[in-house]
Design a protein around this ligand. Sequence first.
Ligand code: NAP
Length: 249
Amino acid sequence: MIRVAVLGASGRVGTAIVAAIKKSEDMELSAAVDRGEDLQVLVDSNTDVAVDFTQPDAVMDNVAFCIDNSIHAVVGTTGWTQERYDAVRRQLADHPDVGVLVAPNFAISAVLTMKFAEIAAPFFESVEVIELHHPNKKDAPSGTAVHTAEGIAAARRKAGLGEQPDATEQQLDGARGAQVESVPVHAVRMTGMVAHEQVIFGTQGQTLTIKQDSYDRESFVPGVVIGVQKIAQHPGLTIGLEGFLGLDV
Ligand code: NAP
C-alpha cells in the first residue's frame, strides 16, 4: 500500500485524485490537505507520496517540505521556471533517495501525442499544431502545444529538414498562427470544449493527423496514478510524465 497525501484536495483536480485513491487497491489516502493546513500532517500520517495540485505560489514550499521530510512528490501545479527546477535539484542533492516528478500535462493522450508527433516529424515536409480549449483559458497557445511544437522542431532539425514550404506573402495578423521555432501553432477558444490538440503533418499526396481530446479532469487521473506508483523508482527530479511511461522508441 502506498500512502498518498493530496495537497489541494478540495480543488478541481485534487477532488478527482482523492476519489481515485479512495477507490484504488494499491494506494490509500494518508491526508487531504487544503489551504492553510499544517503540512506536518504528512509526516504524522506516514505519507510516502504527496500529490500537489495547488497553485504556483504554494507549490515550492510544499515540495521543499516534502524533500526535507523524505516524502516523494508528484506535482501537477503549474508555474515552473528554470530557477524553480534548479532550486529543487539543489535541495534534492542532500536527499538522494527522494523523487520529485513535475509533469506539465498528466493526460496520457497528450503525452503520447507529443511523442507520436516527434516520431512522425522527420517524414513530413509540413506540420502545424492546433490546440482547442474552453474560453476561460488565460494563456494562448497552451503550454502543451508549445511543448509539442518544440519537440517537432527538434526532431526536424535532427533529421536535417529545413524551413517548411509556405508561399504566403501577405496576411492578416495571426492568420498563420504563432510561430514556435518555425512550427505554426493555432489556438481556438470555444464554449463546449475542454482541452484538445491536433497535429497535422503533410507530404506528397498524404497527410497524417494526430488528435487527442481531454473531456474532463478525470483525464489527469491515470497519469497521476502512474506517477505515484513509479516515483520511488525515480529518485531526483523528473520533468514530464513521458520519463515514467517507458517510451524509449
Ligand atoms: P483549483 O481548483 O484552484 O485547486 C487548487 C486547490 O488548491 C484549491 O482548493 C486551493 O484552495 C488549494 N490550495 C491553494 N494553496 C494551497 C496550499 N498551500 N496548500 C493546500 N492547498 C492549497 O485548481 P485546479 O484546476 O485543481 O489546478 C491546480 C493546479 O494544477 C493549477 O496550477 C493548474 O494549472 C494545474 N493543473 C495541472 C495539470 C497537469 O496535468 N499538470 C492539469 C490540471 C491543472 P483555495 O480554493 O482556498 O485557493
